[in-house]
Design a protein around this ligand. Sequence first.
Ligand SMILES: [Cu+2]
Length: 636
Amino acid sequence: MAATLFHIKALCLLLPLLFVHGLAQINFFRNPFSSQFSGEGLLNGNGQDQSQRTNLFPFNFPFNFPFIGRPSHSNDHDAYEDREPAPRRTPADDSDHNPQLDPNARPDFSTDFKGSWDLVSKNSGVSGMHIILLPNNKLIMYDASAFHISDIKLPNGQCVPFMDKRSNKQMTDCWAHGVEFDIDTAKIRPLKMVYDPWCSSGGLAVDGSLVGTGGWDNGIKTVRYFKPCDTCDFNEYQTTLADPRWYATQITLADGGFMVVGGRRAYTYEYVPPPGKFNNKNAKYFLPLLDQTTDLDENNLYPFVYLSTDGNVFIFANNRSLLLSPKTNNVLRELPVLPGGARNYPASGMSALLPIRLDLNPAVPPPAEVIICGGAKNEAYGRAGRGTFIPALQDCNRITITDPKPVWKTETMPSQRVIGDMLILPTGDLLLINGAKAGTAAWFFADNPNLVPVLYRPDAPVTQRFTELAATDIPRMYHSSAAVLPDGKIIVAGSNTNPGYNYTAKYPTELRIEKFSPPYLDPALAKWRPELVKESTATELSYGSMFEIVFKLKGLRVRNGDIKVTMYSPPFTTHGYSMNQRMLILEKDMVVRTSRGMYRVVATAPPSGVVAPPGYYLLFVVHRGVPSEGIWVRIK
Ligand SMILES: [Cu+2]
């Protein structure tokens, strides 16, 4: 028996998830763990003449007080009637409706606007496989050095030497595999990465730097740092981690430090040491969950990990989850199994920690609720390998992880989705975007792109939570990404389901960058959009302290219940999962009108690093569903 289990495990370990099933005839990889990748067979295997392709793959790789202040008069030049728009949200008459809604809040402004798309760059140089927004409003994106190709060269004739394992020859790679993307001008600056970040993990450090972990090949134990500055480049420490971390998850802890969880063949987690220090081989903790949830096709990589509001860490892999104490490194308890299929790579579903409500009941700790949507049947990867793309999962599931007896509550999305992205909007609503309706993650393993983003309102009555939005015409398949920008738009990047860069494939390597404007950016709602006054708003916050926010909002009587203050930590997004994504809805005092069109509100900063790890956040004021532009604040 043990021997058989060993063999089953050994087999699953050897399945690289890249192209095992039925793709043997496309003999373009040998053993992924010995780095013997070759692109040659792929191109030939597709029956195309490599020499005639413009595609580039040259080497081998592998929330009612009336407002205070002057009442609004009809002779105010800028006053217009405080019209009551048709309620978009119905009263809380639904048994499953979240009871935490502010009873004094008026409904969000109604809009029929389904959003709009803008192409903001035709060429990002590097396909946005991994992206993160830094506090200097630059987006860092990178894919893989394994490809030895991109569409932008390193500056100043720099090249990185590498050993081509197939030819056993020393070669040079002069392509950049990372770029800094200016979200306002779309200008790109090439970045140099020596150690391969392919399918890696990351997060934003307390000082606003990017800290990336793991990757592949020579980058599999690497920790890389990038400071937000116009001339900075990566600072890499190649062999920092105790275990190889390919397809691992990195999360921020209450002290601002990082934990890295899982990865291929790594049934452990570890804590990221300070820059320049190294974890010895024992500086890791075995996590049986990761071992036990490894399907034949894995389905448990890039586990969904969240720092809960009680200080424990929630780890979800495949269809099971647990709570772990990062203080004692003990597993506290396991949560109920989530039925219906697999949720993690390559059955990549979407997940988020729902907004943490600090605005209603200053209960300590506030409840924490996780949502997991979509994914694939356990067998979907294998079936995709045999050329059958079976429909992705269509359910959404919520669980309150701080509940001593938590249960999953299931809903149905308007469409199936796998390899999609789930972002928390400045309003606290969620956006489901990118991905496919069939298949799984991994090269060539998905079809039927899901071009229609979906808005999910977690606090709305069950029957009114999902809204389908305006479709894009660019498929965003495997290795695509999305991020919330300070102006409330969503930047959408990447999609590369090809080994290397291939511009003629059915789903080509995508270098185009789009911005999606969610419904709250309806031009008809612009007059109701608050504007934060940065100079009069506190940006350095201390835990639990009150701070002042000043905003402009012309010509409208604002009631206390109309305003919500939110704080968002920008995630590191890759493979359909936004690590460290966290939204806080702050407790606030009365909204005071200080002069015509000017308001002041005093909010209370989150109570602790457990609720809100230290570092940078985007602060928004939300007026009945219409968010201001965000400003960067820092809490410690
Ligand atoms: Cu990948």
